[in-house]
Design a protein around this ligand. Structure first.
Ligand code: FE2
Length: 379
């Protein structure tokens, strides 16, 4: 059960990381959805996101409608097509609701496009300048796994609410934020024997580093098995674990995702909070369903992780999981899929020193996923 390839220290890695693609952080994540208005209501009501910007008929956009919601540093864009001829329909018919664009905030979108495409990235969009009264934004984009895209967003000469073409979205409907702060990591599911292809892609094309690896001995046992490698950019602000199915006694959860998403795509967004007990209490009261582990997990967990500041009874009541590494501990919990298809879900995470991803919870978690798969008839 040892983790392979653990890098000596994160700082050391970051210092030696390639810098041909400096990334300031995640700019936004755009979902293609069947009904952007209702999706925005869900993220506002259930997850406590706040209205930020809007594009649609009222802004002169007759092709698509987009609602942008925000919570601290997390920006989500929910986009639907406005007519049957729009190409987003094909994406929706094939994949259902899901992540299309992981937008990355850069200082130079032209250079980002040039550096990645010359290393073999498949172009999605050549550099484009868009302007309005608040300045200009330059975007460019490349494909990653499946039909998922990385859009490079250069906004240093822009002072508007979001992007040109959007107007500020004011609403009298108010919801309280639940304490979500930033995107800790975003996980991609890829097909059989594809993980190393995409690890290579992030290393060679994007200048990322492989921080951690989990093989099937770590994560499969008899449970819905997978292999995973965590890719990080040079400054550590962007972390993309990549999952591949592995052979187990039951169908891999990754295979189930790929079957229902009809391809490779984003499996989960991990959203960070400073107070997971408060955040999860609020999310549960607003109707978010989480995976649950048996109460026996809590009888043993403190032997594994040692002292924690939180009340273990409270964590048990909410179903929050705990793990520890050399640098500290972390608390995490996973939602059930947030669409009808068993595809994308969310992780809520609070790090108290630990920089790892919860390997100690894999077994309990995968048994919980397996119980859900059994209910869906997809094992
Ligand atoms: Fe995660």
């Amino acid at each position: 059960m040892e983790t392979k390839d653990i890098a000596p220290t994160l700082e050391k890695i970051y210092k030696t990381a390639g810098d041909f693609l400096p990334l300031n952080g995640t700019d936004y994540v755009e979902f293609y959805v069947g009904n952007a208005k209702q999706a925005a209501y869900y993220y506002r009501t259930a997850f406590g996101f706040q209205p930020l910007a809007y594009s649609g008929l009222e802004t002169g956009n007759r092709e698509t409608t987009s609602y942008v919601v925000v919570q601290d540093k997390i920006r989500l864009v929910l986009t639907s097509p406005m007519n049957s001829a729009h190409p987003i329909n094909q994406h929706l018919a094939k994949h259902g609701d899901g992540v299309k664009i992981i937008a990355l905030w850069v200082d130079d979108a032209r250079k980002s496009f040039e550096e990645t495409t010359k290393r073999g990235a498949k172009p999605y969009q050549t550099p484009q300048v868009s302007k309005d009264a608040d300045g200009e934004v330059i975007t460019s984009g490349v494909y990653t796994y499946g039909e998922t895209v990385h859009l490079f967003v250069e906004r240093k000469n822009y002072n508007g609410t979001f992007l040109p073409g959007y107007k500020a979205w004011n609403s009298t409907y108010k919801t309280e934020p639940v304490g979500l702060k930033f995107i800790d990591h975003m996980v991609g599911n890829v097909g059989w024997n594809e993980m190393n292809t995409w690890v290579d892609y992030y290393e060679k094309v994007m200048g990322f580093i492989n921080l951690l690896s989990f093989d099937d001995k770590d994560i499969s046992t008899e449970y819905s098995a997978l292999m995973s490698k965590v890719m990080s950019n040079g400054n550590g602000r962007i972390k993309f674990p990549i999952n591949e199915p592995a052979e187990g006694k039951k169908k891999s959860q990754i295979e189930e995702y790929i079957e229902f998403y009809e391809g490779q795509g984003v499996q989960h967004l991990a959203l960070a909070t400073d107070n997971i007990i408060d955040t999860v209490t609020q999310l549960q009261s607003r109707g978010i369903d989480f995976l649950r582990v048996p109460q026996s997990y809590y009888e043993e967990v403190l032997n594994r992780v040692g002292h924690i500041d939180e009340d273990i009874k409270k964590l048990a009541e909410l179903g929050i999981l705990i793990d520890r590494d050399d640098e500290g501990y972390m608390l995490q919990i996973f939602t059930k899929p947030v669409e009808d298809r068993p595809t994308l879900f969310y992780e809520i995470i609070q790090r108290k020193g630990a920089q790892s991803f919860g390997k100690g919870n894999f077994k309990a978690l995968f048994e919980a996923i397996e119980r859900e798969q059994a209910l869906r008839g997809t094992l």
